[in-house]
Design a protein around this ligand. Structure first.
Ligand code: BDP
Length: 700
């Protein structure tokens, strides 16, 4: 299937006949490195170039043969001025192993850091140089990306290094083979209560992740139950080590989600108190065993004291004590603790209007600033609630000055259409990353908080919940692949625009047909606004069915303990989160952000109901009343959802038939489902408010 290959589709270059000589620009690939990662770089280059240019480059034996002669000669340069002198080719690898790469890049190489790379065309050689094998691999993928998006093959000059140190993906996969919030089939890692995988599939996933620069993977669900709690034992470590070995080739390190109560549940101790010596000792032993099996193990991911998961609170201890205890166990091996800030009271009472789930992360963690070990990094969800289509940016991001932090996104579309609706999430993530936090009073957008530069932290980055499963096309909706691709690209370089990423993805996936690329980019770029238009209005969120979270249910969570309310009544709607009269959440922001959200006049329309409870007749900045805005956007959103299906249908014959059919079926479902959303939301607000639609459209 075409879509299994995802963005490695490698269509023949359309300019081949017109612009290029018969002699291929890339006749050979060579390297003096002999390691699996550089070998992987060579093999992706050979495959991609072969497919795009119609002729597979000759690969030097030294580069492929693990037992080949050691370092006597540098094959690339010799090839270039030796037997293959007439042809040009690619020299790829590390500076340490390839003298010619050192000559080509000279002192400029110093700037590249551990994972960066440079590409330069010189005297017929396309040189891809890096300090590490994985840097060379990233360079190889980058060259392929350039070629697949139409770059001139005859000359390259690129210097790249990742903005973020940690570029993580979180699998929410369970050992029974299910995936929490997975919408693309069962797990590729587990089946029937066992670690069970096809190495080739894992390798292909690793390739996808590495091709966009991701470098760490938490391999099991953050909700760690039963058998998964035992992953830290010898029962499971050998299999996990096999997984780690596959990912290692692609520069990706393994993390495990751990159960804070494992000392009790697995170790048979009477307590999991982080200050108890036997507990500490138990984790030290587990860490030693893990590093024995997986020497480059990245660390633990921990969800503690949240949504009924165990944590230090049981013992009267705090998050810092819990995280530091694990950090001490891992630290001597160079490991990290990634501690999640998604912590709130899920047993709230809607009658108590003072509690506010949105406040929770900040209230819990802000007082702990500076209390965490250097090898602890806090993982903070992008918004204060839970991955809604529209939320403000978490006020915790940037607030802590002496604590490592990563921003957490959700690629899997739990609240954004579950990969049955099209919702390109990169624009949302860009909004978050560009948000000015006013930390330290200066220019401090979230992207500079995450990369650590604002507060001078060396550890930081991105995490995101994966959207893949065992479906042949990885993501269910074929176009949902763009979200995985886009996440990785942003983690590498948050300056890329959502549109540029969409275009890169479309050209690589569907080939250089401008008509297809333009149509797909247009659909992707409009999709988040379309989705938002027919779902919960003006930032209020949560009007979904409880538990599975698909489809409209306006009061589904309204009287629920999880703290997710809209407070609609006959007079108005929205959550008063002001300091003046509400929950005080707006006061968690810094400087002008706090004033902006506090003020009814200044609060941006799209977040109005997140911060304020207003009458239905309240006028938005757009000039429309809130109630008319709800009606208009829902009619409009449902209509545009219907048009998506038609726009896709216009590409029939231009994209692979199976991909076309798969996506069309989903666009049709989205169109129908958007009408259901429209009708439920509009009817609800019409009945609550009694205000008719100005345009007299039918509301049931
Ligand atoms: C919510 C999901 C839930 C996760 C939780 C989390 O509904 O399944 O366990 O987030 O992030 O979005 O821990």
């Amino acid at each position: 299937r075409a879509d299994y290959r995802a963005w490695f589709a490698y269509h023949p270059r359309v300019d081949l006949e017109t612009n290029m000589e018969k002699a291929p620009t890339y006749a050979w690939i060579a390297s003096s490195d002999r390691n699996d990662t550089v070998r992987a770089a060579i093999s992706v280059l050979a495959e991609g170039i072969g497919a795009m240019f119609g002729e597979t480059p000759w690969v030097s034996a030294l580069a492929t043969d693990p037992d080949g002669e050691t370092g006597k000669r540098s094959v690339g340069p010799n090839a270039a001025d030796g037997a293959n002198g007439a042809d040009s080719g690619i020299l790829v690898g590390t500076f340490a192993a390839n003298e010619r790469l050192r000559e080509i890049f000279g002192v400029e190489a110093a700037e590249l850091g551990r994972e960066g790379f440079a590409i330069r065309t010189k005297e017929g050689v396309t040189a891809i140089g890096a300090h590490t094998p994985v840097g060379a691999l990233y360079g190889a993928f980058h060259l392929l990306r350039l070629l697949a998006t139409g770059a001139d093959p005859s000359g390259h000059e690129v210097f790249e290094r990742p903005a973020n140190k940690l570029r993580m993906i979180n699998q929410w996969d369970n050992i029974d083979g299910s995936i929490e919030r997975g919408y693309a089939g069962p797990s590729i890692f587990y089946r029937d209560d066992a670690i069970d995988f096809e190495p080739a599939r894992i390798r292909d996933y690793a390739r996808l992740l590495a091709s966009v620069g991701l470098n760490a993977i938490a391999i099991n669900n953050v909700n760690v139950h039963r058998l998964e709690s035992r992953f830290v034992t010898e029962d499971y470590l050998p299999r996990l080590a096999e997984l780690a070995a596959i990912f290692r080739v692609y520069g990706i390190k393994l993390l495990l989600s751990v159960n804070f109560a494992a000392p009790i549940e697995v170790g048979g101790l009477p307590t999991a108190d982080p200050l108890d010596e036997a507990v500490q000792q138990w984790w030290h032993e587990r860490a030693a065993a893990i590093y024995e099996a997986i020497p480059d193990f990245c660390g633990f991911l921990v969800k503690a004291d949240s949504e009924n998961r165990p944590g230090p609170f049981t013992y009267g201890r705090g998050h810092a004590e819990g995280a530091n205890m694990l950090a001490d166990a891992l630290g001597r091996h160079g490991g990290l603790v990634v501690w999640r800030c998604f912590v709130y009271n899920c047993k709230q009472d809607w009658r108590d209007r003072k509690t506010d789930r949105a406040r929770a992360a900040y209230d819990h963690f802000m007082p702990l600033d500076g209390a965490f070990r250097d090898n602890v990094v806090l993982q903070i969800k992008n918004g204060p609630m839970d991955f809604q289509a529209r939320e403000p940016v978490s006020p915790l991001l940037g607030a802590m000055e002496r604590t490592n932090q990563v921003v957490e996104f959700q690629i899997t579309q739990e609240y954004t259409g579950q990969q049955r609706h099209l919702c390109y999430l990169v624009p949302q993530w860009k909004t978050v990353l560009d948000f000015e936090t006013h930390a330290l009073g200066g220019a401090a957008p979230v992207k500079r908080i995450a990369d650590g530069s604002v507060h001078g932290r060396t550890l930081g980055g991105f995490a995101a919940v994966s959207n893949i499963g065992a479906d042949p096309n990885w993501t269910g909706h074929p176009l949902a692949q763009a979200n995985l691709y886009g996440y990785g690209r942003l983690a590498w370089n948050p300056e890329l625009s959502a549109e540029a990423i969409a275009e890169e993805w479309a050209l690589q996936t569907f080939g250089a047909n401008r008509r297809v690329a333009d149509a797909v980019v247009g659909m992707l770029m409009e999709s988040p606004d379309i989705y938002e238009s027919y779902t919960a209005p003006l930032g209020v969120g949560w009007m979904v069915n409880p538990n599975h979270h698909y489809g409209p249910n306006v009061d589904g969570y309204e009287y629920d303990k999880w703290g997710t309310y809209h407070f609609a009544d006959r007079d108005g709607v929205g959550v008063d989160r002001t300091v003046r009269s509400g929950t005080g959440y707006a006061g968690q922001y810094r400087g002008s952000n706090a004033n902006m959200y506090e003020s009814l006049a200044d609060c941006p329309d799209e977040l109005l109901l997140f911060f304020h409870h207003v009458p239905y007749g309240h006028r938005l900045k757009s000039g429309r009343t809130v109630i008319q805005h709800i009606y208009d956007t829902h009619f409009d959103g449902a209509q545009r959802a219907g048009e998506l299906a038609q726009r896709w249908a216009s590409l029939e014959g231009l994209v692979a038939a199976d991909v076309y059919d798969e996506a069309l079926a989903r666009f049709r479902e989205q169109a129908e489902h958007a009408k259901e959303w429209r009708d439920r939301i509009n009817t609800y607000f019409y009945r609550k408010s009694g205000v008719p639609d100005e345009q007299g459209r039918t509301i049931y």
